[in-house]
Design a protein around this ligand. Structure first.
Ligand SMILES: Nc1ncnc2c1ncn2[C@@H]1O[C@H](COP(=O)(O)OP(=O)(O)OP(=O)(O)O)[C@@H](O)[C@H]1O
Ligand SMILES: [Mg+2]
Length: 329
């Protein structure tokens, strides 16, 4: 399983929720994962019911079997200081630059620069090793920008490598692209079983592929249960009202006659939804990608719900097999 898991998808489909559940699922059996956020919205802290995250990796949750989830909200401005420090050893000079407003320039004016810093920082965490030459994080999971921006976001270092043809910035940009275009990375797209997000997923996959970025899985979120089997649906939608009334009476329901109409109406709605969902499933199947499915949690996703979603992902095989850590090449 890829060590860098990028979670994108249409706005509001559950990117942040799914990224967090995946970070929990992959942290089991003593593994350590890092969940990163790049949009500066503190969605992760909210989800884990924690204080706002500083620009610092800190433990945010424990997973079954001694696993640990760390979280980091990557701040472009502070990442730039890191970056300058790394290449030019500009500790205090970096602070001076900041005073002069050079950093504001870099992070707010030059559009691509921000994304270079965000992806660069995430890849640094993916590649980071400890003294024993072991990866510090088994997996890094990114709550990434939405489908409409993900390809450009991940590809920005290609542009940079093209602009700076030699030197440290060129090398850094190339190193980031090497990680992003390798099997070490997987870009997942979260969708709902609805036409718009499914269409966006299909378009997003085509774009990622054209850019030679590794597409991972389609994660169908908020799946609602199918309450009636085929027979029941045919009976209700077919309007076999007498039969339904009889069955209700036999089952001891009083006032069955008055219930039939609303029941049939509800069933018709349900049946229509199931039909539409089936169509969308067929479109997704046509994409030929592996997937995960996560149920709609009726009461909304709190911390307990998040752990349930993580357990669901584990049941579907997330994090099975090899540990990501260990000595790397
Ligand atoms: N499986 C689920 N069951 C129930 N509610 C869910 C589920 N997944 C996500 N939600 C809810 O849907 C809403 C949107 O989820 P989330 O914030 O994760 O989406 P997002 O794609 O990150 O949104 P944005 O595009 O704004 O970043 C939240 O209120 C979240 O609690
Ligand atoms: Mg989000």
């Amino acid at each position: 399983m890829s060590r860098f898991q990028v979670v994108s998808g249409k706005g509001g489909t559950g990117k942040t929720t799914v990224a967090a559940a995946l970070a929990l699922a992959l942290a089991t059996e003593g593994r350590r994962t890092l969940l990163v956020e790049v949009e500066g919205r503190q969605g992760i802290a909210q989800l884990f019911e924690a204080d706002s995250l500083p620009y610092e990796e800190r433990k945010i949750a424990a997973a079954p079997g001694g696993g640990e989830v760390y979280a980091l909200a990557i701040d472009a401005e502070l990442a730039l200081l890191d970056y300058l420090q790394m290449f030019y050893k500009l500790g205090s000079a970096g602070r001076a630059l900041k005073k002069l407003g050079a950093i504001d320039f870099a992070t707010t004016i030059a559009p691509g620069v921000r994304d270079v810093l965000l992806t660069g920082k995430a890849c640094e965490a993916v590649r980071r090793k400890d003294r024993q030459n072991r990866f510090v994080y088994d997996y890094v999971i990114m709550d990434a920008p939405p489908t409409g921006r993900i390809t450009r976001f991940l590809n920005v270092n290609d542009e940079v490598a093209g602009l700076a043809r030699i030197g440290p910035i060129h090398n850094q940009a190339q190193a980031v692209m090497r990680v992003l275009k390798s099997p070490e990375t997987a870009v997942h797209l979260v969708t709902l079983l609805e036409e718009m997000p499914v269409q966006e997923t299909a378009d997003g996959i085509a774009e990622l592929r054209a850019a030679e970025l590794p597409v991972g899985r389609v994660i169908v979120n908020m799946v609602r249960p199918q309450l009636l089997d085929g027979d029941a649906l045919r009976a209700t939608v077919g309007g076999r009202r007498k039969e339904i009334a009889k069955t209700l009476t036999r089952a001891g329901v009083t006032g069955a006659a008055g219930l039939v109409r609303p029941l049939v109406e509800q069933a018709a709605e349900h049946s229509q939804r199931v039909g539409l969902e089936r169509e969308q499933r067929a479109v997704l199947a046509g994409l030929g990608l592996p997937g995960y499915e996560l149920p709609l949690i009726g009461e909304g996703v709190d911390l307990a719900g998040l752990h349930d979603l993580a357990a669901g992902l584990r049941e579907q095989g997330a994090g099975e097999g090899e540990s990501g850590r260990g000595a790397g090449s």
